[in-house]
Design a protein around this ligand. Sequence first.
Ligand code: TRP
Ligand code: CA
Ligand code: ZN
Length: 320
Amino acid sequence: MKLPVSGRAMAAAVVAATTLLAGGTIADAATVPQGASAPRVAAAPDISLANVKAHLTQLQSIASANGGNRAHGRPGYKASVDYMKAKLDAAGFTTTVQQFTYSGVTGYNLIADWPGGDANQVIMAGSHLDSVTAGPGINDNGSGSAAVLETALAVSRAQYRPTKHLRFAWWGAEELGMVGSRNYVNSLSTGSRQTIKGYLNFDMIGSPNPGYFVYDDDPTIEQTFKDYFAGLGVPTEIETEGDGRSDHAAFKNAGIPVGGLFTGAETRKTSAQAQKWGGTAGVAFDRCYHSSCDTTSNINDTALDRNSDALAHAVWTLSS
Ligand code: TRP
Ligand code: CA
Ligand code: ZN
């Protein structure tokens, strides 16, 4: 994670050079015919908003069929895990369900490894899959969960073969104190912790009155996200609403480089923010935060689409 961070072109050039050296010898490179282009890192695909929203519809149905929520220890949580796992298994991921016990009931993390890549250089992307008991948790955090799932499925569709190893995760019991992610990090040996070169967290990325916040943490990860939004012409701000308020905290505490995206929770959008991003000043980024109204209606499509695409961009770029 120590690539120079002087912009997308530079990062791509460095990565291309690395690929060249890894894939052959310098002599091989010299034999590339004139006019042939140097090996290039494949660009991340455009993530389909419709596909991400289809996952949200399924999570909403799961909540509706299970007492209105997908909370730790409730049947809607395990049904959410089963939904994700079936998609990942069908796409060729190696999935693991990690069990833990919290407040007397079983919780689950879902881990999906994409076969291949350097096992000593792992890039992870994750999101919590549990809701609070008050509602279905579609923005918090169906949004992150669906976007991470769709990115994983895009990796499979592209049959992407990055240099690094890719691992995706969906955490249980975040809403009760980031319990699942803490269990996962604690379960790793010192050696396997050291293989994780970056953890990207996505918790609330489709807020209805959205801001575009990038975690101010590992500089390379942060710059990768900022470059993507700069390319869209969308201004970002540093996430300050609550450092350590989501599942990246356990990774950061273990010394793993972290980053992530966030579109805002209970804090109100200022007029300066409404001027640059649109939306409504004086209103919370997410008025339905932790409430029964956090349904499929509680999503800003543009924010969800941009953040899903930024997620895929970061996964592709950082693992190449
Ligand atoms: N699930 C988080 C929470 O309930 C959502 C959240 C609020 C958040 N503020 C944040 C996530 C800041 C990341 C960064 O606390
Ligand atoms: Ca898209
Ligand atoms: Zn959350």
